[in-house]
Design a protein around this ligand. Structure first.
Ligand code: FES
Length: 536
């Protein structure tokens, strides 16, 4: 670490230091440990950069290797490297004046230099999935007066080519965490939001090799881009996106193309639509210079995502779409017109009402909400079942979150309503098998003691605080889905405060985030593996 201004401060005498070969001093409000070894004099923060235990109690070996004995991190006092561990140790230049006084240069490095050093540490912390270190680096940025959002931008840029299949939930999750952070004032809670963003990026990309994007650049053409996505031709699609960015195109320019591609298939169980819809709010917070880091992985996602509309269960998506114009109509629709039907019949019913897309949307959303409210949790615990029926809370909540993404994209591009409504319909048809047919036998709404007619913002704010901010989940996928579902409910209820599904939606999201969510079902996997292998 270099310093630009001399700020030499008397710390001790050489005679005092020589007594024990080390001395702890307090200077400028800091504890500094000074060591005299066979290779020279060294000074560093006494608080270990890992968890703050005193380095004065450490062991020096090989002249300049300081070991913190609490967790065995090792620091090279000569060159500042962290030999074992992560965070960098703050060192201070040392000299002895002509009177035998040991002086330290306490000059703080310039803010830019400190910022760059912190940001240069990020990649290692992300790669090693070191959540605590990421949080510390964010806190350090905040401490030196640098907006820690620079770390979020940097993280997306550093890790964008580590996602084998492109965008993951870390990206849309970031949009919701950063929006929520803007509402908070408590510094620890604000930092927690950022830690969750970086932690999720790390979780999804740790220890992964680089999956390089082509560096080719081609002149942008939406038709070519659409063809490349359809053909799963990532190199061509990425080259076109690079060409668009080189020409100065913005997300506003490119969003329609991405939205059309995402909506064309019932793909990734709605994730493509959700991912596209979350780019705008992220750019609003992080700025346009993050665009490349977001849309290259998104392009990869669109090329690699599973297209469920090609499997028999959802093939009706294209059958219904084919002669859409002949049959689309504006018959009034209600929730009950969609509930209990298989996919093909739901989609046919959607077509009868899709000429009034807003009304159809509300009926479908109400059906999706009803299914979440009445989800039969016992299906998550069954063992002797075929792999195609592995269902959990996210299968039903995705109907709601996809519906919101459809509404947002189709409001801007009305041509997308048809495909979007059919995508919501795919969920409703599939999930019909996994709900309590006769309502919620456990009467969650009644048992909860909540005044569901009360202020929805209060109910949802409490949920966000207790079930998201203080989530206690091991798995990022669990906490981020809680966040995205509650965030979706907040924004839909803000737009449609008098919607007929208001109470059902509140009960549904409350029940979901308050329920257990079993993830790994060992015996079920064993059963499915055995029956599958046994079948030959
Ligand atoms: S506190 Fe020093 S290694 Fe953990």
């Amino acid at each position: 670490m270099t310093s630009t201004n001399d700020n030499w401060v008397a710390a001790t005498t050489l005679a005092e230091l020589s007594e024990k070969g080390r001395k702890l001093v307090r200077l400028d409000g800091r504890q500094v440990a000074i060591f005299q070894t066979e290779t020279g004099l060294y000074a560093c923060n006494n608080r270990c950069p890992h968890e703050g235990f005193p380095l004065m109690e450490g062991t020096v070996s090989d002249g300049c290797v300081l070991t913190c004995n609490w967790h065995n991190w090792k620091f090279d006092l000569e060159n500042g490297d962290t030999l074992v561990g992560g965070d960098k140790l703050r060192r201070y230049p040392v000299r002895i004046n002509e009177d035998g006084i040991v002086e330290l240069d306490m000059t703080e490095p310039p803010q830019n230099q400190q910022r760059d050093e912190i940001l240069s540490n990020l990649d290692e912390a992300l790669h090693k999935n070191d959540y605590s270190r990421l949080s510390r680096e964010l806190a350090r940025l905040d401490m030196i007066g640098v907006d820690p959002l620079v770390a979020v931008k940097k993280a997306f840029a550093l890790r964008m080519d580590r996602f084998e299949f492109g965008t993951t939930h870390a990206m849309p999750g970031a949009a919701d965490w950063l929006a929520y952070r803007q509402e908070l004032t408590d510094p620890y809670e604000r930092l927690a939001c950022l830690s969750e963003v970086l932690g999720h990026i790390a979780w999804d990309s740790a220890y992964r090799p680089v999956y390089p994007f082509t560096t080719d650049v081609a002149t942008w053409s939406e038709a070519e881009f659409s063809r490349a996505i359809e053909a799963e031709d990532e190199n061509t699609a990425v080259a076109l996106v690079r060409g668009a960015l080189a020409d100065g195109m913005t997300w506003d320019d490119l969003r329609p193309a991405f939205a059309r591609c995402a909506m064309r298939h019932y793909a990734g169980f709605g994730h493509s639509v959700i991912y596209v819809s979350k780019v705008s709010p992220l750019i609003d917070i992080l700025g346009g210079d993050v665009l490349e880091s977001l849309i290259l992985p998104l392009t990869r996602h669109l090329c690699t995502v599973t297209r469920e509309d090609l499997i028999p269960e959802f093939r009706a998506f294209h059958v219904v779409r084919k002669d859409w114009d002949e049959h689309v109509d504006r018959e009034p629709a209600s929730r009950d017109d969609f509930l209990g039907l298989p996919v093909a019949r739901v989609l046919s019913r959607v077509r009868k009402s899709a000429a009034d897309p807003q009304a159809c949307y509300h009926a479908l959303m109400e059906a999706a909400v009803w299914q979440v409210r009445h989800f039969d949790e016992s299906v998550m615990y069954r063992t002797n079942m075929p792999i195609g029926t592995n269902v959990n809370w996210l299968d039903v909540t995705h109907a709601m979150t996809t519906a919101q993404a459809v509404r947002e994209l189709a409001t801007e591009l009305p041509e997308l309503w048809g495909d979007g409504l059919l995508q919501i319909g795919c969920f409703i048809g599939r999930n019909a098998k996994y709900v309590h047919k006769d309502g919620d036998p456990a009467d969650y709404a009644g048992r909860s003691g909540i005044d569901w007619e009360g202020d929805s913002e209060t109910i949802l704010g409490d949920l966000l605080h207790s079930k998201v901010l203080y989530h206690g989940c091991t798995d990022f996928i669990e906490s981020v889905h809680r966040l995205k579902t509650i965030s979706m409910v907040r924004s839909e209820l803000a737009l449609f405060p008098d919607a007929p599904w208001r109470k059902d939606m509140l009960v549904a999201v409350h029940r979901y985030v308050s329920s257990e969510f079993p993830r790994r079902r060992a015996v079920r996997v064993a059963y499915q593996s055995t029956t599958f292998v046994g079948r030959g």
